[in-house]
Structures are given as C-alpha cells and as structure tokens.
Design a protein around this ligand. Structure first.
Ligand code: ATP
Length: 263
C-alpha cells in the first residue's frame, strides 16, 4: 500500500517484520496511530518497543511489510509499476518530518542552547537564521528555558538538557514526535519537570506522539491509547484508564505489577 491508499493514519505499520539474525523481533506487526493521537508503548525489556521507534526514524530497515508516516511510505518508493525499497534520498526527505527525543539527550556539546535548537532548521530545512532563532526562542520559553539560551549543554541539569532536546525536535515542525524513555536517565524531580513540559505540549498542541516509557503516570496522564507489547506483538490496546485498571491479559497484569514494584 502506498501514498493516498494509506488513508488517514499518521503512522501505519502493515505486516512489519524485523529480524536481527535469527531473532524475529517484530513478526508481521500491524498498528496505526491517527493524527493528533498520543500513543504509549509499554512492555517488558526486549519486546521490540525501541525497534519500532528506530524503524520510524529509518535508523533500521524493515525486513518485510510497509510503514507509512502520513502519506509517505518509509519502506518503499514507486518506480513505474513496481515498488522498490526506499533509497537514501527518499529516507532523508521523510526523516525531516519525524522528531525524536532520546534517553541520552544527544545535544551538540560545543553549541550553545539557542544554536542547538536552530542548527537543523537552518541547515536541513534552509530557514533563515532570524526565523529559526525567533521560533527557537518561543520554544525555549515554552519549555521554561528562556534564560538559558546562551548556556552550553554541560552547564545545564539533565532535565534542562532534555527540555532543550524537546525544543530542538519541535523546531523542525515534525508531523510526529517520537519519545524513547526520555525520563529514564533523570532523577525523579528532574523527570517531573520534563513530564510537565510534555503534559503542556499535549494540552496545547495536536502533534502526534508515540512514546516508549516506563513512567506509567505519564502514560496515564498524556496518552489516548496504551499498547502493551510482548515479544513483538501487541497483546492489549486500550485507553490508559482501562488498561491500567482492568488489564485483560495475565501478561499485562504481571508487567504492571513489576513496574509498580520498581517505582
Ligand atoms: N542492533 C541490534 N542488533 C541485534 N539485536 C538487536 C539490535 N537492536 C535490538 N536488538 C534485539 O531486538 C530485541 C528488541 O529490542 P528493543 O530494544 O526494541 O526492545 P525494547 O522493548 O525497546 O526493550 P527495552 O525496554 O529494554 O528498551 C531484543 O531482543 C534486542 O536484543
């Protein structure tokens, strides 16, 4: 399925297969996320959650199936009547539409905060420095760091660095924001600051978000849907209140108990 046939989903996986050697991590996985929806992936370590985000970032290639982001197919391009695997040029174009925030902030250490946020809009999207800086200041204000624009990343706390990373991802005006365990490297107090920013973002914008987290409170407060993964398959897909209060599967109950014990 390609282009407009993909319908109205913002993210769509159709029978996606991903293997690492003999390890079949995703086995014909289907799922979709609608525009503006915030979806959280939960599940035990090794169940394939990060692999899904990496496929969307085109950091990994699928071994089978198709992935769409909006109208764009990430996995294939059409050549005449044929579908062929997407080439690097196509991937570069699609990648711009996807924002990602990682556990380990990954800021440019030699650049001040403002430049961290303007770098990609200027060099990848071709925005003027003036426009990019205006937008960066707005975003840094939104994440509560208007007074840190001249600081270097090492002068900031982990929570502040992560908030810069969120502003940096949003500066590209992505269609989709992917968040991979973004609070796991932070102390609870700093994690709370980051989660507050995301709660605000969820309240004030209609950006589509796909998150992997062990922070169940965040999943509950921010998501429209929570998908429980086990061994590369979705075993429950429900609004958070329902999933957390009335999990149907024993596997989900066991996982939720283990996460609560850790907290
Ligand atoms: N680059 C790689 N090479 C080989 N195996 C990999 C690679 N990346 C992931 N895997 C394997 O794929 C499986 C799924 O990993 P993935 O990181 O997606 O799980 P996860 O659900 O995100 O786990 P966690 O909660 O620990 O981050 C694991 O068995 C992992 O060992």
């Amino acid at each position: 399925m390609l282009g407009s046939e993909a319908g109205h989903d913002m993210i769509r996986f159709d029978r996606v297969v991903k293997r690492f050697g003999d390890n079949v991590v995703l086995d014909e996985l289907d799922f979709s996320v609608r525009p503006g929806e915030r979806v959280t992936l939960i599940g035990p370590s090794g169940s394939g959650k990060t692999t899904i985000l990496r496929l969307l970032m085109t950091l990994e290639r699928a071994d089978g199936g198709t992935i769409h982001v909006g109208e764009e197919c990430l996995t294939h391009v059409r050549r005449g009547e044929r579908l062929v695997p997407a080439d690097e040029k196509h991937l570069r174009r699609v990648r711009k539409r996807i924002g990602m925030v990682f556990q380990q902030f990954n800021l440019f250490p030699n650049m001040r905060v403002l430049r961290n946020v303007t770098e990609a809009p200027v060099h990848v999207l071709g925005q003027s420095t003036e426009d990019a800086e205006r937008r960066a200041r707005e975003l840094l204000e939104m994440v509560g760091l208007a007074d840190k624009i001249d600081a270097y990343p090492t002068q900031l706390s982990g929570g502040q660095q992560q908030r810069v990373a969120i502003a940096r991802a949003l500066a590209m005006s992505p269609d989709v924001l992917l968040l991979d365990e973004i609070t796991s490297a932070l102390d609870p107090e700093l994690a709370a600051e980051v989660l507050d920013v995301l709660r605000d973002l969820a309240r004030t914008s209609d950006i589509t978000m796909l998150c992997v987290t062990h922070a169940m409170k965040f999943a509950r407060d921010v998501s429209h849907r929570v998908l429980m993964f086990d061994r590369g398959k979705i075993i429950e897909d429900k609004p958070p209140a329902e999933l957390f209060e009335k999990p149907e599967q024993e596997r989900t109950r066991k996982f939720l108990r283990s996460v609560l014990e850790e907290a």
